[in-house]
Design a protein around this ligand. Structure first.
Ligand code: ATP
Ligand code: MG
Length: 590
């Protein structure tokens, strides 16, 4: 400790929102270099290397081979697949001195595809799995919580190459098993959930989420075992209804009813129903968004959904594309569309049409998508496109025809699981890994073909698999730390044991050094606190730093004992000095 490059801090860093961020900075594991960009100090780097080691071992175990690509990449392959544009503002684009376009790799599908195309040409070369552990760059809109969402971060990304779908399924399953081993070894409590594939394209995909209250992802699970990221929940459409008996739509006065709550109250007062009171779910709410796509297109979108539900912006982003900028209609947008009366918008003025880059949408040409609950024959109370007026008995399929369906309503606890496996429960998690069956999208775009057994050229099918390596450091810290500091599981700890010498006596210092030396020759990683600091300072630091086992050499020596503390449980035990090395070896499996 007297030589280690570390300074523990007594104060929380001002920008730290989460415990993991706070403790990793305070314990001297990382330092911020710029927003979302961090420097690894010796202790942090040791943890990072431990995560990498676990990931490497499990990748090698399924036969994946390590390569290392540059992070600075040429534009062309990303142009070919469309991602140069599609990635939007999240892509770090750079120019060289000749004006050539480059990017800092956010993920490397293109490069891996081209590399394999470069060198391989036959079905005999497949299957193949390649991986790298490397810095990735994404100009995240909201860098957050230190390592959890960085703009430079470490990812393990791997890619599988197969001749057919059965091969891809096998490669995917092998990765899935490897991920189960990785996240189990990292000591994370995790769930595997169905996912959407985002900017990556492709079909089958699952995420590994660390269960954590502070996680940014919301997932659902049912008693029958359905699990999915809320972004990926697909609600089945409601059943179509006969509507022969429904009276014609009629417009009614509902003064001051621009919100669903006031509308329901007005409807019950002025247009009471015979069978039961009106409720929010009888109303059709039409929500307007302005969407700016990464290629410059702007598009107005109206979403119709039952009035008791909100649009979940993350679910909407997942549907529209994460790089699109989606904002609710502004007052200016409303002003530009005089037919749309804020608070009283009805489907009659909505429907069809996209826009050019600079045009604002012409009234009546707004794309109108509805919730899966809004099907033919369902009848609604909704805006009449006049202030203070609503229309009743407006029937979908009779009085209005949406342009399509969009499933972006918030998912609520108790909603039925789409597969019929019971009511959903909601919880939060952090995305630690993501596995995709990419299929032929990239191979097609970049021309990766091989000769099959019959000498025919076939397009290779691919999988892509990511682990957030630096995020894992933070996620483990987040889920294990306590109010005194970090608490590392053994496999990740920078050192297995911290030996703390307390008091000023030469004898204590010598004994502590001797124990540290004896432990270290057995192969254990040992950190010796040999500083001339008070016992209080040393204990506090040992708690902040979070090594799993702490050996206190001090007063007890007079009675021939040292104290062994378990950082996680706080348990303390006096052990005879003569036994301490053997005891720790048994304890730590050395
Ligand atoms: P997120 O939804 O959290 O933005 P993503 O779906 O964009 O992540 P992928 O492209 O699937 O991420 O990347 C693979 C893995 O890399 C993720 O599962 C996550 O663990 C990690 N990762 C992604 N973005 C970041 C980031 N900004 N900082 C740290 N780790 C990240
Ligand atoms: Mg992902």
């Amino acid at each position: 400790m007297s030589e280690l490059f570390v300074r523990t801090l007594r104060e929380d860093p001002a920008d730290a929102e989460l415990p993991s961020h706070r403790w990793l900075v305070r314990a001297g594991y990382i330092r911020r270099a710029a927003p979302g960009i961090y420097t690894w100090l010796p202790l942090g780097l040791r943890v990072l290397r431990n995560v990498e080691r676990i990931v490497r071992e499990e990748m090698e175990a399924i036969g994946a081979q390590e390569v290392s690509f540059p992070a600075l990449l040429p534009r062309e392959p990303y142009e070919t697949t469309g991602r140069w544009t599609e990635y939007g503002d999240a892509l770090f684009r750079v120019k060289d001195r000749k004006g050539g376009d480059y990017l800092l790799g956010p993920t490397h599908e293109e490069l891996f595809t081209l590399l394999v195309k470069d060198l391989y040409g036959s079905y005999k070369d497949l299957p193949l799995a390649l991986y790298q552990i490397q810095n990735k760059y994404r100009d995240e809109a909201r860098p957050r919580a230190g390592l959890l969402r960085g703009r430079e971060f470490v990812m393990k990304d791997s890619y599988s190459f197969d001749i057919d779908d059965a091969g891809l399924q096998k490669s995917y399953d092998a990765h899935r098993d490897a991920y189960i081993k990785i996240f189990t070894r990292l000591g994370l409590e995790y769930v595997i959930v169905q996912a959407t594939s985002g900017a990556m394209g492709g079909s089958a995909s699952e995420e590994f989420l660390a269960v954590a209250e502070n996680g940014e992802d919301t997932y659902v699970r049912s008693p029958g075992g359905y699990t999915a990221n809320v972004e990926a929940v697909v609600r089945p459409p409601a059943t179509e209804q006969p509507y022969d008996d429904v009276p014609p739509a009629h417009v009614e006065d509902t003064p001051d009813s621009a919100t669903i709550e006031t509308l329901v109250a007005q409807a019950n007062e002025l247009q009471p129903r015979q069978d039961r009171p009106w409720q929010a779910s009888d109303t059709l709410k039409n929500v307007l968004f302005m969407i700016s796509h990464p290629d410059g297109r702007r598009e107005a979108l109206a979403i119709g959904l039952p009035g008791d539900r909100e649009v979940d912006l993350k679910r909407l982003e997942a549907q529209v594309g994460e790089s699109a900028d989606i904002v609710p209609f502004s007052d200016d947008d409303f002003a530009a569309h005089p037919k749309l009366v804020k608070g009283y918008v009805g489907p009659q003025v909505l429907g069809s049409g996209e826009l050019g880059p600079d045009e604002s949408p012409a009234p009546g040409s707004i794309r109108y998508l509805v919730d899966p609950e809004v099907v033919t024959g369902t009848r609604w109370v909704t805006g009449a496109n006049e202030p203070g007026k609503h229309v009743f008995d407006l029937v979908c399929g009779r009085d209005f025809t949406p342009d399509g369906t969009i499933d972006v309503a918030e998912i609520r606890a108790g909603d039925p699981a789409p597969d019929g496996s019971g009511p959903l429960e909601l919880a939060r998690g952090m995305e630690m890994g993501h596995i995709f069956q990419l299929g032929r999208k990239y191979a097609e775009a970049l021309g990766l073909k091989v000769l099959d057994e019959n000498g025919k050229l076939v397009t290779v099918t691919m999988g892509s698999y990511g682990v957030g390596v630096s995020r894992a450091v933070a996620a483990v810290a987040e889920t294990t730390c306590d109010d005194k500091g970090l608490v590392w599981p053994r496999e990740l700890a920078p050192f297995a044991v911290q030996v703390v010498a307390t008091g000023k006596s030469e004898e204590v210092a010598a004994k502590a050094a001797e124990i540290a030396e004896a432990l270290s020759v057995t192969g254990l990683e040992v950190l010796l606190d040999d500083r001339k600091a008070s016992p209080g300072v040393k204990f506090a630091d040992a708690e902040i730093l979070g090594m799993p086992t702490i050996v206190v050499v001090g007063k007890g020596l007079a009675d021939g004992v040292v104290e062994v503390r378990d950082r996680a449980s706080g348990d303390r035990e006096d052990i005879p000095v003569t036994d301490v090395v053997d005891r720790l070896l048994t304890l730590l499996g050395g």
